[in-house]
Design a protein around this ligand. Structure first.
Ligand SMILES: C[S@@+](CC[C@H](N)C(=O)[O-])C[C@H]1O[C@@H](n2cnc3c(N)ncnc32)[C@H](O)[C@@H]1O
Length: 324
């Protein structure tokens, strides 16, 4: 991506550490409640985040589930206050786990959002291939993103996020449109099951943070739920992914990160994005398929060796059990 020194608002690019409506990018090092208190009512077009899941990651103190939910409710209420009437909130969560028993966090967070008058538009399943291998239950290979709007009059731009059809060449075979292509040439609605690789060790975006969003995941929300110049906000910013996705598409991005080292990482990545040097996985790249790529590790050694043994067996002529 080429370096772009000017923002959409025609000012030199910079990353501010404080919120101001005139800024393009804000990375606040501290508690999200402090930053939210500086944001006027109705400012944010999109709040997109992955909060701590309260599972004892290095950046969180494990709380009783009720205390965790009370904490989340305070942040959510502030986000709703700062949300524009046409705005959206997307909360990406997995499971809270207590001695092997799971509580899907979206199920316990839903009442908090609906209690604040928000309307749910989708519960998106984010499916990925990599993660912990469980021994006493099936390994978790999805998390969810619950999308709420403040009102019924909300921004939703489908065209920028359409994906290729399965059969783009398909035509109507009868009726007045017979012979014409039956699908939208811009592609189809991506649906509510998103298959996007998670950021594990060999992902190009991996930093020292234990659970980053992939940039492409947030880009889909930025493009569909906001317009140019709108504010995108992440209260639990981590490595700055939401701000990166926002400014990449001509929006403004802001967020708070309580750990100074992650806030430093976020600033560094946003700076690289501004310079056009940040490496990310492109939105339209298909998920790697080792079989299609001809990866030799696809063949298990025991199967390969068994095949070899068959080849070395002496062929018998027809009529004696052979095939020649
Ligand atoms: C699941 S991670 C988010 C990662 C982020 N989506 C990314 O792509 O890097 C949650 C982050 O919230 C931060 N955090 C926890 N409590 C916070 C608070 N009260 N205010 C701001 N950040 C907080 C944690 O340090 C952690 O980096």
């Amino acid at each position: 991506m080429a370096r772009n020194d000017q923002t959409l608002i025609g000012k030199p690019r910079r990353i501010s550490s404080k919120f101001a409506l005139s800024e393009e990018a804000v990375v606040y090092s501290g508690d999200c409640m402090d930053l939210l208190s500086k944001i006027p009512d109705g400012t944010l077009q999109l709040v997109v985040t992955s909060p701590p899941y309260n599972i004892g990651k290095e950046y969180e103190k494990r709380l009783h589930l009720d205390s965790y939910l009370a904490q989340q409710e305070r942040v959510i209420a502030e986000c709703v206050r700062a949300l524009s009437p046409k705005g959206s909130i997307c909360w990406q969560v997995g499971n809270y786990v207590e001695r092997g028993a799971i509580v899907p966090l979206d199920t316990v967070l839903f009442p908090l959002f609906s209690g604040l008058g928000l309307k749910m538009r989708n519960r998106i399943i984010w499916h990925f291939e990599h993660g912990l291998h469980c021994n006493r239950r099936f390994s978790g290979r999805y998390e969810t993103i619950i999308w709420f709007t403040k009102t019924d009059d909300y921004v939703f731009n489908l065209d920028p996020v359409r994906v290729p059809q399965k059969y783009p060449g398909k035509k109507y075979f009868k009726g007045p449109k017979a012979g014409q292509y039956s699908c939208n040439p811009l592609g189809k609605n991506p649906g509510d099951l998103w298959v996007i690789p998670n950021v594990k060790n060999n992902h190009v975006e991996k930093t020292g943070h234990p659970c980053q969003f992939p940039v492409e995941l947030v880009e889909r929300f930025v493009l569909s739920l906001t317009n140019q110049g709108d504010w995108v906000f992440d209260p639990f910013l981590g490595t700055g992914t939401s701000v990166i996705a926002a400014i990449r598409h001509g929006r403004r991005g802001g967020g708070a990160e309580i750990f100074p080292e992650y806030a430093r990482l976020a600033r560094e990545r946003v700076r690289q994005e501004m310079e056009g040097t940040l490496q990310t996985r492109p939105m339209d790249r298909p998920v790697y398929d080792p079989a299609a790529a001809g990866n030799s590790l696809r063949l298990a050694p025991w199967e390969r060796d068994a095949g070899q043994m068959t080849l070395l067996e002496e062929e018998l002529p027809y009529g004696k059990g052979g095939n020649k």
